[in-house]
Design a protein around this ligand. Structure first.
Ligand code: SAH
Length: 213
């Protein structure tokens, strides 16, 4: 399998035609080896236009959704970013290419073990994976310039809004248990501006300020 070729085709056929424009995002998507973030048995499918299973009933998001959510954060390179929902660690790796420091929270230990191992072997030493309920955020490392929630939530958890820096951006799939809409919040002083973007489907965010088990 020529994975570099599959990755170039993914960028050219799935991302560029759908409007992903940020050069740095496209370069990160060209660089991060997505096939190393899924089980060996489905590696050959890693660059397909869909989400894929990563075990424990969870999924790695579709490449386009990863690129879109990343682009919406408008990262320049110096940010500290919080991700809620580490999963495979793939989105965290993409963020690590584009921001200074990435904190990523996950509630399932088995996924954390695998994600840490992958990120370490790929040399991403600016990603910190934390086990816990990401709906509470990570107050000891706040405020964050960017926050990305990669699981579907009934609403944006209040602690995460509080942990966003002034001028910061939060992207999340908000809505029902089985389908959501991508939302971008920007914090300006005590106010938040809200943009409702594309429909999407994510596994549920489970925790104190998300869905109950
Ligand atoms: N970003 C991931 C995909 C995430 S799938 C990737 O690139 O592969 C959503 C993940 O959110 C799942 O792994 C799920 O276990 C996790 N999750 C759900 N609720 C959570 C919570 N309250 N805190 C942290 N992680 C949570």
């Amino acid at each position: 399998m020529d994975y570099d070729e599959l990755r170039r085709t993914m960028v050219e056929t799935q991302l560029v035609p759908r409007g992903i424009k940020d050069r740095r995002v496209l370069e990160a998507m060209l660089k991060v080896p997505r096939h190393l973030f899924v089980d060996e048995s489905i590696r050959h499918r890693a660059y397909e236009d869909m989400a894929l299973p990563i075990g424990e009933g969870q999924t790695i998001s579709q490449p386009y959704m990863v690129a879109l959510m990343t682009e919406l954060l408008e990262l320049k390179g110096d940010e500290r970013v919080l991700e809620v929902g580490t999963g495979s660690g793939y989105q965290a790796a993409v963020l690590a290419e584009l921001a200074r420091e990435v904190y990523s929270m996950e509630r399932i230990e088995a996924l954390i073990t695998r994600a840490r191992e992958r990120l370490r072997s790929l040399g991403y030493d600016n990603v910190h994976i934390i086990c816990g309920d990401g709906t509470r955020g990570l107050p000891e490392k706040a405020p964050f310039d960017g926050i990305i929630i990669t699981a579907g939530t009934p609403g944006v958890p209040e602690p995460l809004k509080a942990q966003l820096a002034d001028g910061g951006t939060l992207v999340a799939p908000v809505g029902g248990r089985f389908s959501q809409q991508l939302v971008r919040l920007r914090k300006k002083g005590a106010d938040f501006s809200e943009e409702y973007l594309t429909p999407c489907v994510f596994v549920p965010l489970i925790g104190e300020y998300g869905w109950k088990e």
